[in-house]
Design a binder for this molecule. Structure first.
Ligand code: CDP
Length: 226
């Protein structure tokens, strides 16, 4: 089972990225962060001074942008038109607008095509919102991670603090709530668990515990050598 395809979905700050990274390392798979792709398009839109509400222009930008990801020394980097934007796409400005950009079917079509191409040979851990339901409905193993809003706010504030960015918990709460609402209610490929997903509530779990739960489930389904 060396070419396993794993899909990890869930709302913002539910623990997907960290889990995907550790799982990929443990299993020798390649991580793919689809949220980073939507963030990269959003960054370009903002830099060009385009209104994120202008669907036509935003879709144009998505079609003309080259996005790529590569693991460098165990760290997943995202490139936009050749520039390493891994840090820039995490800014509060991008976080605030990304769900508006990700709502447009034209943007999603461009990025889903890239995501399917990256996953076509298997051997990947792909994380996002619609991976198990829409991008890779035939994935070998689907995980849907969730956590309470309060816990997700705490995690995001801590994560930003570690990067030297001070954010108010109240603002973070509003942003997460807004993104959850837009992501879950959009008509094209909304955020929801796939019928066959392994649903994991990480509210009370440490990172080690959540990774262990997924490893146990993998072992149960695929035996000792997934
Ligand atoms: O890291 P965080 O959990 O804050 O979010 P992310 O995974 O970087 O995704 C940022 C945003 O991109 C999400 O809030 C969604 O609006 C959008 N997204 C999406 O629509 N579909 C995906 N497969 C991945 C992300």
């Amino acid at each position: 089972m060396k070419n396993l395809t794993i899909a990890i979905d869930g709302p913002a700050a539910s623990g997907k990225s960290t889990t995907a990274k550790i799982l990929a390392q443990k299993l020798g798979l390649t991580p793919v962060d689809t949220g980073a792709m939507y963030r990269a398009i959003t960054l370009k839109v903002l830099r060009l001074g385009i209104d994120p509400g202008d669907e036509e222009k935003v879709v144009e930008v998505a079609k003309e942008t080259e996005i790529w990801q590569k693991c460098v020394d165990g760290v997943l980097k995202t490139y936009m038109d050749g520039e390493d934007v891994s840090e820039a796409i995490r800014s509060p400005e991008v976080s605030e607008k990304v769900s508006i950009v990700a709502r447009y079917p034209g943007v999603r079509k461009v990025l889903v095509k890239l995501q399917r191409k990256l996953a076509e040979k298997g051997g990947v851990v792909v994380e996002g919102r619609d991976i198990g339901t829409f991008v890779l409905p035939d994935a070998d193993f689907k995980v849907f991670m969730k956590a309470s809003l309060e816990e997700r706010v705490k995690r995001r504030v801590k994560e930003m603090k570690e990067k030297g960015i001070e954010v108010s918990p109240q603002k973070v709460r509003e942003e997460l709530q807004m993104r959850d609402r837009i992501d879950s209610s959009r008509s094209f490929a909304p955020l929801k668990p796939a019928d066959d997903a392994y649903v994991l509530d990480t509210t009370e779990l440490t990172i080690d515990q959540q990774v262990q739960k997924i490893m146990d489930e993998l072992k149960r389904r695929f035996g000792d050598d997934p």
